[in-house]
Design a protein around this ligand. Structure first.
Ligand code: DGY
Length: 456
């Protein structure tokens, strides 16, 4: 258990002390969660390599050890499937099977996924997570361009990242409208968000005695998804596996277009254009794809009356889910229409998210009956979405709001011992501590340009 540290006070001397303490403590978390080839999100709750965690971790690790940050992404993409998918978990064979559920013997990727191109020699899950990777690779390159060029980092990453994006654009455009669909609530990364409730209610849960959760060994049950949620997660993953993880054959009882997933795709497609140019390839197709996907995002998911992007359930064709932080994340999309960006900022600052008045950005509408400030993605504020909203605010000219969010994220990260998430009203840490992306993103937020400006 990590000691809870005192909040920093707002005076310049204190801030210098806080920043130095934070840098040291964050570095310690990342060093102790490094396995030799990648970083575990947590030694206890998540003892393997996770896809979007690694992308966020690489962004922060680049401020500490750029070469290690390159390695983080190389290890993840080393487990890429031949169809282009980047699996959401890469299993470490030296970790006991019962340390995490669902374990490799549940996913059986090298067998069940062989026809979809799963690696024969590395076990992985068969679903994916949001495509933050090209954005991360570009940030990692920028942190030390000379070392990146010396190691041919972008030249090696480019074909893999491009294949990943092609997989999403081709095999996952299940709605036919130019956006990627998620087929399991773990894919958008916001596992138990109320956004999925209606779609999940149609899924017959797996029998409770057919599996054993390992997460409750390490985290309070009140902070985690319920057993009923887990029954449905297991059913959906088993169905996908039993259809060979083949998107054309799988029944996809759960298929939704999520604004956060697609916004990250677009931001990464812009990064892919930069990577292509630096690697001697043609950036134009990536710029075109980013523009097309931005138009599709606005056309299919923007709700002007609600002032937020909503998910679309492809089974019913309906917009679902109400106000989730996922609907604010498109603020990071370069070239988002200015009126949409302004409306999103107003929503973030309104009563549903209370930006500037509560801790960070709640994962769900503070005023909704489904809101639960302790339970994972049903209300708590997370550091990765705060980092994304911070980036979006800065990009759209809301520097004072961005600065305030940054300061609060730094305070909360240090004070909570790098909690996985915080209760929005009290700011108390929830979930586990020493969580890697909390430490990594704090390191990134601490970084200043040579002119003393916060980094973009
Ligand atoms: C978990 O295990 O809780 C993850 O969020 C799914 O990858």
């Amino acid at each position: 258990m990590t000691a809870v540290l005192e909040p920093a006070l707002r005076s310049p001397g204190r801030e210098v002390d806080r920043d130095a303490a934070l840098r040291r403590a964050a570095a310690r978390v990342l060093l102790s969660n490094w396995t030799g080839a990648a970083t575990v999100p947590s030694r206890t709750l998540y003892p393997h390599q996770w896809s979007w965690d690694s992308a966020f971790i690489a962004i922060g690790l680049a401020r500490l050890a750029p070469r290690r940050a390159q390695r983080e992404l190389e290890t993840l993409l080393g487990a890429q499937w031949r169809d282009g998918r980047v699996p959401h978990i890469v299993f470490n064979p030296s970790v006991p099977l019962d340390a995490y559920f669902p374990s490799p013997d549940f996913w059986r990727s090298s067998g069940a996924g062989a026809a979809s191109g799963a690696p024969a020699d590395i076990e992985t899950s068969g679903i994916v997570q949001p495509p933050v990777h090209a954005l991360a690779a570009w940030q990692v390159h920028l942190a030390d361009p000379a070392e990146s060029r010396r190691r041919g980092f972008l030249r090696r990453m480019y074909p893999r990242l491009a294949a990943w994006h092609r997989y999403l654009a081709a095999s996952r455009d299940l709605g036919g409208g130019g956006l990627a669909a998620v087929v399991h609530p773990w894919e958008p990364g916001l596992d138990n968000s109320p956004v999925w409730d209606a779609a999940l209610a149609r899924v017959e849960p797996a029998a409770p005695e057919s599996f054993r959760r390992a997460d409750l060994d390490h985290s309070s049950a009140a902070d985690r998804p319920t057993d009923l949620d887990y029954g449905r997660y297991v059913r959906l993953a088993a169905d996908y596996r039993d259809h060979g993880y083949d998107d054309a054959r799988a029944p996809h009882a759960f298929a939704l277009e999520d604004p956060c997933f697609n916004a990250l795709f677009i931001a990464s497609e812009h990064a892919l254009a930069e990577i292509a140019a630096a690697a001697g390839a043609d950036p134009a197709p990536h710029r075109r794809k980013a523009a097309e996907a931005t138009a599709a995002l606005v056309e299919r998911l923007w709700d002007p009356a609600a002032g937020i992007f909503l998910a679309r359930d492809l089974t019913t064709g309906e917009a679902v889910g109400g106000h989730s932080v996922a609907g604010l994340v498109p603020l990071i999309v370069p070239g988002l229409p200015e009126a949409v960006a302004r409306s999103l900022i107003a929503t973030a600052q309104g009563e549903r998210f209370g930006l500037g008045r509560v801790h960070l950005v709640p994962s769900y509408d503070l005023t909704a009956p489904e809101y639960d400030g302790n339970r994972y993605w049903r209300g708590p504020s997370w550091f990765n979405t705060a980092w994304l909203v911070h980036r979006g605010l800065r990009q759209h000219g809301a520097a004072p709001a961005a600065d305030a969010l940054r300061e609060q994220a730094l305070d909360d990260a240090l004070r909570t011992g790098f909690a996985e998430y915080v209760e929005p009203h009290s700011g108390q840490g929830r979930g586990i501590r020493r969580f890697s992306w909390t430490a990594a993103l704090a390191l990134d937020l601490l970084h200043r340009t040579p002119q003393g400006e916060p980094a973009r």
